[in-house]
Ligand binder design. Structure first.
Ligand code: ADP
Ligand code: MG
Length: 273
């Protein structure tokens, strides 16, 4: 007989609980999120995937109260976020904006240090943390004095990630953080982020429209469509198949691509031999 999940100490209580949350805009005419429940375990990296307009950004924003749900509740460590002051809550949760979202008139160092200043850190402490963060996201130290327009898109994304995690938040929300990057940069920033996430014991929710990225980076994939959750499982389970035709079609993509690449490698190898 196997142990029940309740008696298994490795199954911890959820850290972020999204409990039957709904949100519409335009006086109820536009339903963005419809009765979504989601548990996120501490230390996990969860990818939120789904087409444009499926409610991913809205759902993410209910966690740091950039959006308050019409119905339902979000809890962090058992405490409703509705009881927290939005500015305090936002300082304790890292947020990587959709698009780039750096302050254009601020130097890289000031962008990275913005939350630390709000938290009342001393100037020398901020300077040291900024230097550490630049190293961590593989940017040269002399970039600290540059303005965002003096960086490439990929470098700006790195600054966005550095800013979000500078205060070592326990929770990080990322909205398409790797969007609009070339594939090499995307892959390298993705794997550096996963390492940082594990090293600092962060809990991350990451919106991406790249299913392959989700499958390779995340512990769990949540698939959304029209404000609903269609699937919520490990990449392994989802890639093995799904009863839902939309989910099955979505997970077919990385599998077929992997098969085609593998076939290509074999064919080329045979031709060269
Ligand atoms: P996603 O991030 O998956 O693209 P969003 O959460 O941004 O989805 O949007 C979900 C739905 O809510 C869309 O139909 C969108 O047009 C609508 N929506 C999002 N934000 C607003 C807003 N501030 N005002 C009105 N409608 C919005
Ligand atoms: Mg979005």
């Amino acid at each position: 007989m196997t142990a029940s999940p309740i008696s298994n100490p490795s199954v911890s209580a959820p850290y972020i609980e999204i409990d039957a949350v709904s949100k519409s805009y335009d006086g109820g005419r536009s339903v963005a999120v419809s009765n979504v429940s989601l548990d996120v375990q501490q230390g996990s990296l969860v990818a939120l995937v789904g087409g444009s307009g499926s409610g991913k950004t809205t759902l993410l924003k209910t966690i740091n109260r950039l959006v308050d749900p019409d119905v339902g509740e979000v809890r962090i460590d058992g405490v409703p976020v509705s009881e927290a002051e939005p500015p305090m809550l936002r300082r304790s949760i890292g947020y990587v904006f959709q698009g780039i979202g750096l302050f254009p008139h601020m130097r890289v160092a000031d962008n990275i240090g913005v939350t630390l200043r709000l938290l009342g850190w001393q100037v020398n402490e901020i300077k040291a943390r900024v230097a550490e963060m630049l190293d961590m996201v593989d940017l040269p130290q002399d970039y600290a004095s540059r303005f965002p327009h003096m960086l490439s898109g990929g470098q700006r994304q790195r600054v966005g990630v550095a800013r979000a995690i500078a205060a070592r938040p326990r929770i990080v929300l990322m909205d398409e953080p790797l969007g609009a990057l070339d594939p090499v940069t995307r892959d390298s920033l993705g794997s550096s982020y996963r390492k940082l996430h594990d090293r600092f014991g962060m809990t991350t929710l990451m919106v991406t429209h790249d299913i392959q990225e989700a499958a390779l980076m995340a512990d769990r994939i949540v698939v959304m469509k029209n404000g609903h959750v269609l699937a919520d499982d490990t990449p392994h389970t989802l890639i093995m198949g799904s009863d839902d035709p939309d989910v099955a079609a979505l997970m077919e993509v990385p599998r077929r691509q992997a098969e085609r690449i593998a076939a290509l490698a074999t064919k080329n190898g045979a031709a060269r031999a």
